[in-house]
Design a protein around this ligand. Structure first.
Ligand code: HEM
Length: 307
């Protein structure tokens, strides 16, 4: 079996036209049978809705926090790198750590199918967890964030993507780690800048989505601060970000997968903590992180055992 086939289907695929993110908290330790029942519903809902329109590419991807895992699967080994989201703060910038024990990412090209899946998932998981958030996200223009820059360009592809995202270690080969943050944009402040200033913040051109030359790139650019390099070698993650919201409140769901949370945690530290020259990621002047959650995304076989 190829490594890619070991993963849940939504992990390695690109984000779809529509996506719906469900966050649950586990409040009591449920019976093993109740957990198994909820997990089997996940598979049933996925099968029955996906076949209505296979061109919509519906996938349901589930992840668990450290607290969720220990309460739901006390007999299964704790994933080695699973721990709560690490809160970070520097100056006025803050990455909060917020509740979330089960995260289900519903991806498809159809808003209606995603809603229907979510509508059945909520009662399916209600016996073991409480739904605290349901955020629909969407593709905006040519894969732009709501700051109007193309997002996802530097994502890895094919074999490089698999290597970046899949953790092949026992006992869960084909698993991944996921970090999610919801960012609310300060659109008025962002749009008060010139296009050249915005390009300085992102490190790419706005219209054509071309990386700025190193000679002109700002030390506070998002693509400078977020890039992770160890001994000169770039370590990639896969971002499946999507826009969310309406004109009153909107932003970016940062949805980052990697074989280890350490990759994304390094990126987050580089973004928020100012270096000796006072440089931090200036994108954070225009967006507030309002959630922060870490999840372990088990392999497909783990989910299928309950089917
Ligand atoms: C408001 C939230 C965010 C927005 C609007 C945003 C937007 C963008 C945009 C427009 C790009 C350039 C195009 C691309 O290569 O994809 C980019 C690149 C990138 N972002 Fe973000 N991003 C956000 C949050 C984050 C966070 C929280 C992380 C890491 C934890 C992150 C990591 C990266 C990385 C690694 C790149 C590629 C850098 C490179 O190698 O050039 N981003 N992001």
């Amino acid at each position: 079996m190829s490594h890619a086939a070991l993963a849940q289907h939504g992990v390695l695929t690109d984000p779809t036209e529509h996506v719906e993110y469900l966050t649950f908290v586990v409040e009591d330790v449920p019976e093993a049978a109740a957990v198994a029942e909820a997990m089997s519903r996940l598979t049933n809902i996925s099968h029955s809705i996906r076949q209505k329109d296979t061109t919509a590419a519906l996938t349901l991807t589930i992840g668990f926090s450290a607290n969720g895992w220990s309460n739901l699967f006390p007999d299964q080994p704790m994933p080695a790198d699973l721990h709560p989201f690490v809160e970070l703060r520097d100056g006025p910038r803050h990455f909060p750590s917020t509740p979330g024990d089960i995260f289900i990412m519903v991806k498809s090209h159809r808003l209606d199918l995603n809603f229907q899946a979510a509508k059945y998932l909520a009662p399916g998981f209600a016996p073991i967890a409480r739904l605290i958030d349901d955020t629909p996200g969407y593709k905006y223009l040519d894969d732009r964030d709501l700051i109007d820059f193309v997002d996802g360009t530097e994502n890895p592809h094919a074999a490089e993507r698999q290597a970046a995202v899949l953790n092949m270690e026992e006992p869960y080969p084909g698993s991944s780690y996921l970090i999610v943050q919801r960012y609310v944009h300060k659109t008025d402040k962002w749009e008060a800048q010139s296009v050249a200033e915005q390009e300085g913040v992102i490190g790419r051109t706005k219209f054509d989505d071309i990386e700025l030359d190193d000679a002109v790139k700002k030390p506070y650019a998002h693509n400078v601060r977020s890039k992770v390099e160890i001994d000169g070698v770039e370590i990639k993650m896969l971002r499946q970000n999507r826009a969310f919201g309406n004109v009153l409140e909107h932003g970016t769901m940062f949805v980052g997968f990697a074989k280890s949370p350490a990759v994304i945690e390094t990126s987050l530290r580089q973004m928020i903590i100012a270096d000796e020259d006072g440089n931090y990621d200036h994108l954070l002047d225009f967006a507030d992180a309002v959630t922060g959650m870490n999840f372990f995304v088990p392999p497909k076989a783990f989910v299928d055992q309950f089917a």
